[in-house]
Design a protein around this ligand. Structure first.
Ligand code: XMP
Length: 471
């Protein structure tokens, strides 16, 4: 039997090219995530419950990447995480938060804290505008039983605008009247939206962010292929998710292919990423089933033990190299998922044909990952766990198996606390920009013209810091 060799990131290096890149700051790191969604940086945070909920997804999108909210919770929780991201930054809030005129000040305070929102439109039927209440209105009110209607600014005193008001005009109204909120209504005072000064400022100051056409941050949501997956797909789409990501360990399976066809029939305009696969045939089958992006990676992840448990997997560089020609032929972007430990791996993945990389472990130690920071032997740490690890399997609401019936394909791990995700991304981006200059690459696609060479153990040893005591 002929047994081919397969390679991983550490087995290769890229050969430096004569470079016409004048400044590393000039290179273009933008890329396609799916057929119809582009990003300014090629990094996606993994749909793991120790990596991506709303805080991570917000930070990723603000830096030009994107986060995929995990599915290891009930639909309501996943939807609320998606909504938090979509509400973080708007040009127009299409469904503003509303409070009843008969609610009390105590209700306002509770709701304010729960939704992390300092102002509410007032309406008794959720449609007709009665007034506006903000934190400023309640500063001097000490009786928690006071009714909203007695402290709100009533509609007669409010400045409002029609829903189709041009943005420049809305900005002028906010500025001239020194107000922070501009409710949008129709001729009958029916609520149609809200424009806030804060959102306008945020939007104009961050041109790097990944945004939809309403100025809201982009976010993806993971779904499975069984149980409530269709209900999830529909509800998440309605909640504003921009992409659905099929989260299944063996994506080259009839279960996955069937699910893709069903989802695409039901939600033809929704971007759908399929995976995970590690072969050209796997990619072809996903693309024929209708996906808009292909996720590659069987077992390279920092917390994965699939290869040890099952004997299956393909070293990640070879997996990307094998799949890339198919993705290129059909114009479907490739996401290299797992095994990224340093910026060189990102550069190698892109040079091998990936359009983006998905990262879990490296982001799990950041401020924005879910879960607390713990102190272990004087060092700050966070937890990273495989979604097929023992504790993850046991903590699922629908877990039927008992401890001894579960065969884990992942582990739980402690990872060092790494501070804000922004800092990690800056390091990766710095490495990528520098790598692009070594490779004479103005764009990520140009990196694909670079040549790989295989290296030996001696070459790897030489690549690392050596013959000194690393401080
Ligand atoms: P990194 O290396 O970035 O990889 O931490 C993240 C990716 O690992 C995958 N993943 C798993 N794979 N068992 C596996 O074999 C698991 O329990 C598991 N959990 C996550 C997933 O593709 C993720 O994006």
């Amino acid at each position: 039997m002929y047994i081919p060799t397969a390679l991983s990131y550490d087995d290769v290096l890229l050969v430096p090219q004569k470079s016409e890149v004048k400044s590393r700051q000039d290179v273009d790191t933008s890329t396609q995530l799916t057929r119809n969604i582009s990003l300014k940086i090629p990094i996606v945070s993994a749909n793991m419950d120790t990596v991506t909920e709303s805080a991570m997804a917000i930070a990723m999108a603000q830096e030009g990447g994107i986060g995929i909210v995990h599915r290891f919770c009930d639909i309501t929780k996943q939807v609320s995480e998606i909504k938090r991201v979509k509400r973080k930054q708007n040009i127009i809030i299409t469904h503003p938060f509303i409070i009843s005129s008969t609610a009390t000040l105590a209700d306002f305070k509770n709701k304010s804290e729960e939704l992390n929102c300092s102002a509410f439109l007032v309406s008794d039927d959720n449609t007709a505008l009665l007034g506006l209440i903000t934190r400023r209105d309640v500063v001097f009110c000490s009786n928690d039983q006071t009714l909203v209607r007695d402290i709100m600014t009533p509609r007669e005193k409010l400045i409002v605008a029609p829903v189709n008001i041009p943005m420049e005009e809305a900005k002028k109204i906010l500025k001239d009247n020194k107000i922070e909120k501009l409710p949008l209504v129709d001729a009958n005072f029916q609520i149609k939206g809200l424009i806030t000064e804060k959102d306008i400022m945020r939007n104009s100051s961050n041109t790097q962010a990944s945004k939809d056409n309403l100025g809201r941050l982009l976010v993806g949501a993971a779904i499975g292929v069984r149980g409530d997956y269709l209900a999830r797909a529909v509800t998440l789409t309605e909640a504003g998710a921009d992409i659905l990501v099929l989260d299944i360990a063996h994506g080259h399976s009839t279960n996955a292919l069937e699910a893709i066809k069903i989802i695409k029939r039901l939600l033809p305009h929704m971007e759908l990423i399929g995976g995970n696969i590690a072969t050209a045939q796997g990619a072809l089958d996903l693309i024929e089933a209708g996906v808009d992006g292909v996720k590659v990676g069987i077992g390279p992840g920092s917390i994965c033990t699939t290869r040890l448990t099952t004997g299956f997997g393909v070293p990640q560089l070879s997996a990307v190299l094998n799949v890339a020609p198919v993705c290129k032929k059909y114009g479907v972007p490739l996401i290299a998922d797992g095994g990224i430990r340093q910026s060189a791996d990102l550069v190698k993945a892109l040079a091998a044909g990936a359009d983006t990389v998905m990262m879990g472990g490296q982001l799990s130690g950041t401020e924005e990952s879910p879960g607390p920071t713990i102190n272990y032997q004087g060092r700050q740490c966070k937890i990273s766990r495989g979604m097929a690890s023992l504790t993850a399997a046991l903590s699922r609401p629908d877990a039927k198996e008992k401890h001894h019936q579960i065969t884990p394909e992942g582990i739980e791990a402690r990872v060092p606390y790494r501070g804000p995700v922004k800092n990690i991304l800056a390091r990766y981006l710095g490495g990528l920009r520098s790598g692009m200059s070594y490779g004479n690459a103005q764009t990520i696609k140009d990196l694909r013209n670079c040549q790989f060479i295989r290296i030996t153990k001696a070459g790897l040893k030489e690549s690392e810091a050596h013959d000194n005591e690393v401080l």
